[in-house]
Design a protein around this ligand. Sequence first.
Ligand code: CAA
Length: 379
Amino acid sequence: MFFDFSEEQLMIQKAAREFAQNELKSGVIERDEHQKFPKDEVKKMGELGFLGMMVDPKYGGGGMDTVSYALAMEEISKIDASCSVIMSVNNSLVCWGLEKYGTEEQKQKYLVPLAKGEIIGAFCLSEPEAGSDATSQRTTAIDKGDYYELNGTKNWITNGNSASVYLVIAQTNIEAGHRGINCLIVEKGMPGFEVGPKENKMGIRASDTHSLMFNNVKVPKSNRIGEDGFGFKFAMKVLSGGRIGIASQALGIASGAYELALQYSKERKAFGKEISKHQAIQFKLADMATRIEAARLLVLRAAWLKDQHLPFDKESAMAKVFASETAMWVSIEAVQIHGGYGYVKEYHVERLMRDAKITQIYEGTSEVQRIVISRQVLS
Ligand code: CAA
């Protein structure tokens, strides 16, 4: 086994770390407080190549591997998890899905500006009554010859208002169950497509999460991804890769919280010495460091398998469930180590704790990851 990173991977990690420190840190508390979408920051992320990292350079991307992407996601998430979810959805769900399964025409029209970060995309699977039970899609895409007529509502859509391109999963043939589902590329501004109000969230508050309404939207047949009925499998395949992105985000939240707690423990004094000299704190730090390292190994292993074109569904689910539970646990401990200071915004750890929670819910809840893992270990 080989645990070293390449020169290029280390360079990307450093670039992401510097970008996060220099460009994201100063405004992160204010953006969180006011739910302010990081428009300028996302533009810079695009210019630096963080929005289409794994896309082939011939489509405007960075041509990097998944390990590099995971390293960059971790660094950005340490500082600003709202920015990193925008990055994750664009990279792993939208760009990767289009590059892998889109037609050449779809790639030229949509993937190129998405990979360059000139526009951003959204992935629209969840509905008011279809979250974990993703085959129960109520949104319909009725075949009308050379176009589909799209009707329905999507919920909890990351980049809901700021996106220009939406990958929308919808039911074309109800009798065919999951084999009757399609994925359509919908553009902002298509008549009948409306963005609903912004959700007022617990965490990742600067990312814009909206419901979307489709009312007789005419989507050209040429905007369908893959064969008729491929939409559900498309969603599952894309989400398997996406879960590496969210696992990296969770890892970043955990390591960000841990680093702050470690630093604070060396500065804060109680009972005549730094709190890091008390065993109660030392054991917390030891457990935090150990769980983070285990999460990192799972994340990198899933990313590496994907890069080798080997099966990675089970490993990405394991990485996501473990890293997200680590993020939650570590961030709660980080608040505890900070005491009262941990409960106020200036010290960042309360935000990281709020941000951690969503990593156990989106792109498949922890319970869904356990379904995916248990089916594989029992097969
Ligand atoms: N790759 C390819 N095909 C897959 C697959 C995969 N990873 N997983 C399942 N499939 C196929 C199955 O083989 C099956 O096809 P066949 O019948 O032809 O064999 C078909 O898909 C249906 O699979 P299941 O019978 O396993 O379906 P299920 O109803 O039991 O559901 C599930 C399985 C894992 C629970 C799935 O519904 C699921 O992942 N749910 C969670 C959805 C999710 O992650 N939502 C997140 C929303 S997106 C988001 O959060 C983005 C954001 O904005 C941050």
